[in-house]
Design a protein around this ligand. Structure first.
Ligand code: ATP
Ligand code: MG
Length: 434
């Protein structure tokens, strides 16, 4: 296949026959976020490279290996966003959103770009849903954030997904932990990959996140962070757990979770499952109390999470969770003959003006083929207009699910009659399905 008809490796098309699944889960996510008082934020696909270097962290895999970075014709270094938090934080500062009162709560649905080895559940362009809260130091904010992510899985009927939480402490208590880690990894220097060797001095915690088998093996027995966190961080973590208990959200403390991005402090969490192959993280997040300051703002305790939509859809699929197919066409009007075609065209336009979904033939099919098509697109109602109907000035509309028919006039009365019958029938069927 030539390059003109082949997508770039690691990118996927979402085709018309599947997009309803995306729309469905996105809708669940948006509604959930809005019920927690979050409003949508949309930021650019690209940002200054420095933003990601500074926030995601110079020593992370994302910055070191995975970013799509290029120089523009004007000589600026630009990067396609590898994640959503940095852009949202930049926008929070640039537009002084803190002036509207804290906390500021924003959610996003966006594409991300990472130059990774493409495989199932790991793409180079992928989609994330995320939520961010700025200016909330209390542990209740952490619990609230985790509750929101957890509810999304629950509303979608996802089973066998485990919430794992940890605290990686604040800047202060991290010092002791980093020293302990450095000490430990120094004694295993010869078994570390070259990237991790360079991390040893600069950011030994990143070694815990390395995907290299040999590094993973050594990391298994490394000291864990919970033994090193300070009193404040410990108290914060206990309170997060208390409020998760209050909200009946089940969790497991996993002291090995550190997350792959540098900006995290205190609480970190992941939702993991083994139903899509090897253990896989569908959602990850945590607190990032230092990020806003790092970007030049006032100290602003903040937190968030991001959920990978491809992985979520894989989980739904693996668990046999069916997403309801939308019935999008309210009325299909088939027509035969010049006069009938005009009538159909006019009615279809009127229905669309009233925000109903109506369709008719635009490819020159015969009557039978038109009716077959109405069936194929799963129209709620169909109607045929032929010469006889034109002279009788009446035609019948058929409820495609029940086969029931009712007559409508083919003049100005059509609209009213169809709407009345349509709405009556439609509401009946809706009230049954609820
Ligand atoms: P992983 O450890 O699997 O590489 P990550 O720690 O890099 O994940 P985050 O940066 O926390 O992931 O992103 C949050 C979520 O985005 C992940 O839990 C996952 O669902 C999704 N995600 C991350 N990278 C990819 C990718 N390359 N393709 C598809 N989804 C991804
Ligand atoms: Mg990754």
């Amino acid at each position: 296949m030539g390059v003109l008809t082949k997508k770039v490796k690691g990118a996927e098309d979402i085709l018309p026959a599947d997009s309803y699944k995306w729309q469905f889960v996105e809708d669940v996510m948006k509604k959930e976020a809005e019920s927690y008082g979050f409003k949508e934020i949309r930021t650019p696909v690209f940002e200054h490279t420095m933003l990601f270097n500074r926030s995601v962290g110079e020593t992370t895999d994302v910055v070191q290996k995975e970013m799509y970075t290029f120089d523009t014709k004007g000589g600026e270094s630009i990067t396609l966003r590898p994640e959503g938090t940095a852009g949202a934080a930049r926008a929070y500062l640039e537009h002084a959103l803190y002036n509207n009162g804290l906390p500021v709560k924003a959610y996003y649905l966006l594409t991300c770009y990472r130059y990774e080895k493409a495989q199932a559940g790991r793409q180079r362009e992928f989609h994330q849903f995320g939520m961010e809260t700025y200016g909330a130091a209390d542990a209740k904010a952490d619990a609230e954030m985790i509750c929101a992510a957890s509810s999304i899985f629950e509303r979608l009927g996802v089973k066998n997904i485990d919430l794992e939480i940890n605290s990686i402490g604040c800047k202060n208590c991290r010092k002791d932990y980093t020293a302990a880690l450095k000490n430990y990894f120094e004694s295993h220097k010869s078994e570390l990959c070259p990237t991790c060797l360079s991390r040893l001095d600069r950011n030994p915690m990143r070694i815990l996140d390395c995907k290299n088998e040999s590094c993973k093996n050594i990391a298994k027995d490394a000291p864990t962070v919970l033994g090193y966190i300070c009193g404040d961080c410990r108290e914060h973590f206990e309170k997060v757990k208390t409020f998760l208990d209050v909200a009946d959200v089940e969790y497991k403390v996993n002291p090995t979770i550190v997350r792959g991005l540098d900006y995290y402090t205190k609480t970190v969490f992941e939702f993991v499952t083994d139903c899509i192959g090897a253990q896989s993280t569908v959602c990850g997040g945590g607190r990032y109390d230092g990020l806003i300051e790092e970007l030049g703002g006032q100290p602003t305790p903040s937190l968030g999470f991001a959920m990978g939509i491809e992985r979520l859809l894989m989980v739904l699929d693996a668990q046999g969770i069916e997403i309801p197919k939308p019935q999008t066409c309210d009325l299909y009007i088939a027509s035969l003959g010049e006069e009938a075609e005009k009538k159909a065209f006019k009615f279809i336009k009127e229905l669309r003006n009233a925000s109903l979904a109506a369709e008719g033939d635009i490819v020159g099919r015969g009557l039978r083929a038109q009716m077959k098509y109405a069936d194929k697109i799963n129209a709620k109602f169909s109607m045929v207009i032929g010469d006889d109907d034109i002279s009788a000035n009446r035609a019948s509309v058929k409820n495609m699910a029940t086969g029931e028919k009712f007559e409508v006039p083919l003049d100005d009365g059509f609209f009213k009659e169809f709407i009345e019958n349509y709405l009556e029938n439609y509401q009946k069927s809706v009230s049954i399905s609820i």
